[in-house]
Ligand binder design. Structure first.
Ligand code: FES
Length: 650
């Protein structure tokens, strides 16, 4: 006889469980989020669910009133102490399965209602955070047993939660007596334990029941800083925000920031201060968005490229400016928020994912954690493109990483009409191969230029330039339309053919768009060259890794970062930006570094996983590889001088 079927709504997750299984256990096993602070002791009330009864034809299940156990002693104790549950609700840690059952997870159980609106990323991350919230009721002081208040609290935490040998953060000690009395001897302890082998530490203490704890995951990019605020109890992302990296005023790309440090005695300090202030401001923003107090943030994870990583930690990045690109620290960093000037709870810890190499940072490691090229059977390529492309290629058997100096062309810099991706920027382009007439899409206007209403849609911002994804598309389309040849030359023969191609200081340009007020948007020969150099650098790096693995194709390609999100895989293949691969196996994975950081925030096992993976990745230094130059030269051509793209041609 099979165990009864249980179905959770709204997720639809289902499974069979033996009679007597607490509903919470079934939910956990199926990966359905249900919160709990009291560890299933029937104290916190966070684990409420609503069993539903009736004939659910859609689910082919009859859920009867006796399919769930009668009111339990734990539930009776809970309602005695804390008041009635809303109608139809049960405590899932106490109510058990007695028969086939449909259970609804009410939205307020999953996460506070007011904070749900900004949930951005719904990827299920199995939770095992470094912070655990533990409710206990402590014995009152007794003249005959002169044990300190803190010591009795520790005893209780050991007895109920199994934390032996607990350390206590210094900043907690002066508050213990007040908090115990304020909570009438009931308190919630926030216990931090990252490494399985390290001693657990009491980092914060709250009177009564504290039903929430939050964490932030932050990706410090040279251009943008992105942050997610997550509930450590539900795993949900409650708010996300981004801001430009204020270090831009010291230098547009990472290398110019290193030069700034070398040339200015207080340069490093100024940049460290600037980035920490931006991070503090972002913390303020995500907390305001989710309507929570920054004091309730108890854990944090940061990632960044090596130079951002060093500057954030207050380390002089000069050594990273030249060979052998020595990192001051490559392994994971554990520190305190207060130590690096971050404004959260005084007990908040900071975990920084390890860097892979002098050019391949913690951001690439985090993206690796998220995309898991090191776990697959087939060969996966992951590229994260910024001013440096970070490249990871591998499978379960062996994983390699390198970086390649693509320069800022892919971000729209160094392009005559280039601009950052912002409203008014051309992001998509199609060129008719016969008439050479373009169609465009502009950020902020949700339509193509030949659709009705386009003029009005762009009236507010105007058409101001072309962003990274637009430049890739326009050059791929120019190549497909025969405006540029394999060597990237805008051919003079075009002038006779079409007035959009015109002579411009001894070379030729393509007029992409006439704007109403500003100058025309044109693609010059120099623009095409800049993209050729960038894509050749990227491809040469990829090719180097492929050669090391003795392969000519890859099974899967993930394009990470803002750049990857907006480029069309087909255009990337047409230009020979990435190696030949089935188009449907090329995917844009968005901010993979941010997702990896969130994984490390919500589950400390992921921290161990990436630490081990980084140790095992073989690091290739492109600058030292004699074949890099040869690959680079071949990759200057569209799509490539020597490589074939049979899968694309199909
Ligand atoms: Fe706390 Fe059920 S888990 S009441």
């Amino acid at each position: 006889k099979t165990d009864p079927l249980i179905i959770f709504t709204p997720s639809g997750k289902r499974g069979h469980f033996p009679v007597g299984t607490p509903i919470l256990d079934a939910a956990r096993e199926l990966g359905v989020y249900v919160e709990s602070v009291c560890g299933g002791r029937g104290i916190c009330g966070r684990c409420q669910v609503a069993p539903e009864f009736g004939h659910f034809a859609k689910h082919k299940i009859e859920s009867k009133a006796d399919a769930v156990s009668d009111w339990t002693a734990k539930e009776a104790r809970y309602t005695d102490k804390r008041g009635d549950l809303p109608e139809g609700r049960r405590l899932s840690c106490s109510a058990t399965i007695q028969g086939p059952l449909v259970v609804d997870i009410p939205a307020d159980t999953v996460v506070n209602q007011q904070t749900i609106r900004k949930a951005v990323d719904t990827r299920d991350i199995h939770r095992n955070p470094a912070i655990q919230m533990c409710y206990v009721e402590v014995e009152e002081p007794d003249m005959h047993k002169p044990l300190g208040d803190l010591d009795r609290l520790k005893l209780q935490l050991e007895e109920e939660w199994g934390f032996a040998d607990l350390l206590v953060d210094q900043q907690v000690m002066p508050q213990v007596q007040k908090i115990l009395r304020k909570g009438d001897w009931a308190v919630t302890a926030a216990i931090h334990q990252d490494l399985e082998t390290s001693r657990p530490t009491l980092v914060a203490l709250y009177p009564g029941l504290k039903n929430e704890a939050y964490g932030i995951a932050c990706d410090i990019g040279s251009t943008t800083i992105a942050m997610h605020l997550s509930s450590l109890l539900s795993g949900r992302t409650l708010a996300s925000a981004g801001t430009s990296n204020p270090q831009i005023r010291f230098g547009e790309d990472v290398m110019s920031r290193v030069s700034y440090v070398m040339m200015n005695p207080d340069g490093q300090e100024a940049m460290t201060k600037a980035v920490r202030k931006a991070v503090n401001d972002l913390i303020g923003q995500v907390c305001a968005d989710a309507d929570i107090d920054r004091e309730d943030i108890l854990d944090s994870v940061f990632v960044g490229n090596p130079i951002m990583h060093h500057l954030f930690l207050g380390i002089d990045p000069t050594e990273l400016g030249g060979a052998p690109f020595a990192l001051a620290v490559s392994g994971a960093v554990h520190t305190w928020a207060t130590e690096i000037g971050l404004e959260m709870n005084a007990g908040t810890r900071v975990y920084i994912i390890p860097c892979i190499a002098g050019h391949v940072g913690a951001d690439a490691a985090a993206a690796t954690l998220s995309e898991a090229p090191h776990k697959g059977e087939g060969l996966s390529l992951m590229v994260d493109v910024g001013t440096n492309a970070e490249i990871v290629l591998g499978s379960k058997a062996h994983t390699l990483a390198c970086s390649s100096p693509t320069g800022p062309a892919f971000e729209g810099a160094e392009i005559s009409c280039g601009q950052r991706a912002a409203p008014g920027a051309i992001e998509r382009v199609r060129i008719d191969p016969v008439t050479l007439e373009p169609r465009i899409r502009v950020i902020g206007a949700e339509m193509w230029s030949d659709e009705e209403g386009f003029e009005e849609a762009v009236a507010g911002t105007g058409i101001t330039g072309i962003c990274g994804s637009g430049i890739i598309e326009v050059i791929a389309e120019m190549y497909l339309a025969g405006i540029i040849d394999e060597d990237g030359v805008i051919s003079s023969s075009g002038t006779a053919r079409n007035p959009r191609i015109f002579e411009d200081k001894r070379t030729f340009s393509y007029k992409l768009w006439e704007t109403a007020s500003g100058p025309d948007i044109t693609i010059t020969q120099t623009d095409v060259r800049a993209i050729q150099m960038a894509k050749a650098a990227l491809y040469a790096g990829v090719k180097l890794l492929m050669e090391k693995l003795d392969t000519t194709t890859v099974d899967r390609i993930s394009l990470a970062g803002a750049f990857g999100t907006f480029i069309d895989p087909k255009h990337a293949l047409v230009l020979g930006l990435i190696p030949d691969c089935e188009v449907e196996n090329v995917s844009a994975v968005g901010n993979a570094a941010g997702t990896g950081a969130r994984m490390a925030l919500l589950n400390r096992d992921h921290r161990r996983e990436i630490e081990e993976t980084v140790r095992n990745i073989e690091k290739i230094e492109t600058a030292l590889e004699p074949k890099f130059q040869e690959h680079f030269v071949n990759a200057m051509a569209f799509p490539n001088k020597v490589e074939k793209f049979p899968k694309l041609e199909q």
